[in-house]
Design a protein around this ligand. Structure first.
Ligand code: 4AD
Ligand code: MG
Length: 433
């Protein structure tokens, strides 16, 4: 029987013989003894001591089985436990030219991502990512929302034509889905509140630290909701998930030297309207580049990365920005009955400068309004007839939102580059490994 390393680092095991297996994380050969750091498949490490003659041919990343006795020795790294090895099984002697070391460049780490995911840093991130997905799902299960699985091959664009991936589809064409929203909207008529977790694709032609061309998208949609209801759902979902994740993954956050006090007491989320955001930015003398030259930001401009950074960098809690001008939001956003120029939409901006992590709001449920807006956006109606049927046959007030998993992780991990939050990032310049 093989133990996990995390189990044997325990005073009950002192003096006991154990078998463990894993990979050689580090090796230091001295005259009499060799000191290995063995890493198991959970990313935990422990020091192994062998007489040096036994380890002559061992290399970094070789996979081995170790039998030996557990000792407490305060000189041993990572908790003061070590195994004094007797037997040694070699599963695979790693080639001597293992390409990654302590000082590998960021580019090389991306080139060898299939190996770099073995680093302890990436292991910790992956564990946090897994817990995050688990607690998000738990929230929906607990609150009685149905999980659905939308199609990925689609004919309709949701978030504008410029970021669509187009592909051959038999004798025709299709797109990779940008968002499951339209399909979630179709499902609320028979399931009520629904949600999905699926990849979304965006042919982002800009290189930024917060855009991937494939990202994991959590989307939710419900009939009979108000904008206030939707904000409440997001606040509850995100705050309870973050609180559970930092509890469950305390050690991982510690290893990554993340100050989790910055993730505690994040409710209530604050709120401002888009107009208030613009006023705030103007007071801070924020400028945008317009036709090649800078000018003060104006009502009607998009809030880009830098504007969102300025709005959130001194906030400890996430901020909802609501009531956007319709012309900077997609066709489906519901018109505010009190202001024809604005839509009942909201983006959620993460604090400490991280910016947008969700977009959502109420959907236009009126057939004429929706058709008019789709025409303005130049959407070919034959591909959207099915969607318009949802407004023809028993349309109801409804709304929802989309949350970017990597965006949420980028915030709670306090990492600048979104590529760090996903094992195999896809960007404009990277599709392999
Ligand atoms: O703001 P977006 O484009 O909104 C939608 O797709 C809606 N149809 C969602 C809905 O209401 N069901 O995308 C939603 C979220 C963003 O707030 C962001 O967190 C993430 O998805 N996102 C990206 N994450 C990484 N890379 C990209 N290129 C992203 N584009 C959007
Ligand atoms: Mg958005």
């Amino acid at each position: 029987m093989y133990f996990r390393i995390s189990d044997i680092k325990n005073s009950d095991f002192i003096g006991k013989e154990v078998s463990i297996r894993g990979w050689i994380h580090r090796i230091r050969k001295q005259k009499e003894n060799s000191f290995l750091l063995l890493r198991d498949e959970r990313g935990d490490v422990i020091q192994i001591v062998y007489p040096s003659f036994k380890t002559d041919n061992l290399t970094i990343e070789s996979s081995i089985g170790v039998k030996g006795v557990v000792h407490k020795d305060k000189r041993a790294p990572e908790g003061g436990y070590e195994v004094r090895g007797s037997d040694l099984d070699i599963y695979n002697l790693s080639q001597i030219d293992y390409p990654l070391g302590e000082y590998t460049s960021i580019d090389l780490l991306l080139e060898y991502r299939h190996l770099a995911i073995r680093t302890r840093r990436m292991t910790m991130i992956s564990k946090i990512r897994s817990s995050l997905l688990r607690y998000l799902r738990d929230w929906f299960v607990y609150n009685d929302w149905f999980e659905i699985t939308p199609p990925i091959l689609v004919r309709s664009s949701v978030e504008g034509g410029s970021t669509l991936f187009k592909l051959n589809y038999f004798n025709d064409f299709a797109f990779l889905s940008q968002s499951a929203q339209l399909y979630l909207e179709a499902m609320i008529f028979s399931l009520g509140p629904v949600w999905s977790l699926s990849p979304s694709f965006r042919a982002e032609k800009s290189r930024t630290v917060r855009h991937l061309s494939e990202f994991l998208h959590l989307e939710a949609e419900s009939p009979w909701v108000t904008l206030a209801d939707l904000l409440k759902v997001q606040e509850d979902l995100i705050s309870s998930t973050v609180s559970n994740v930092i509890k469950e993954r305390k050690n991982e956050f510690e290893f990554l030297r993340i100050d989790t006090s910055k993730l505690e007491n994040i409710t209530p989320f604050s709120r401002m309207t888009y107009r208030e955001a613009i006023d705030l930015l103007r007071n801070k003398d924020f400028k945008v580049v317009y036709k090649g030259s800078p000018r003060p930001i104006e009502y009607g401009d998009d809030l880009g990365i830098d504007a969102e950074k300025l709005l959130t960098e001194n906030s400890h809690v996430p901020i909802f920005v609501t009531n956007y001008p319709l012309k900077i939001k997609p066709f489906y956003v519901k018109v505010d009955p009190n202001n024809e120029e604005e839509g009942l939409a909201a983006d959620l901006l993460a604090p400490y400068g991280f910016g947008e992590i969700t977009s959502g709001g109420l959907r236009e449920s009126n057939l004429q309004q929706l058709t008019k807006r789709m025409m303005l956006e130049g959407l070919v109606s034959s591909d959207y007839e099915w969607y318009l049927d949802l407004r023809r046959y028993g349309s109801v007030p409804h709304g929802g939102f989309g949350l970017g998993i990597e965006r949420l992780l980028r915030w709670i991990l306090f990492m600048t580059d979104i590529k760090d939050t996903v094992p195999f990032p896809r960007t404009m310049s990277r599709i392999n490994p």
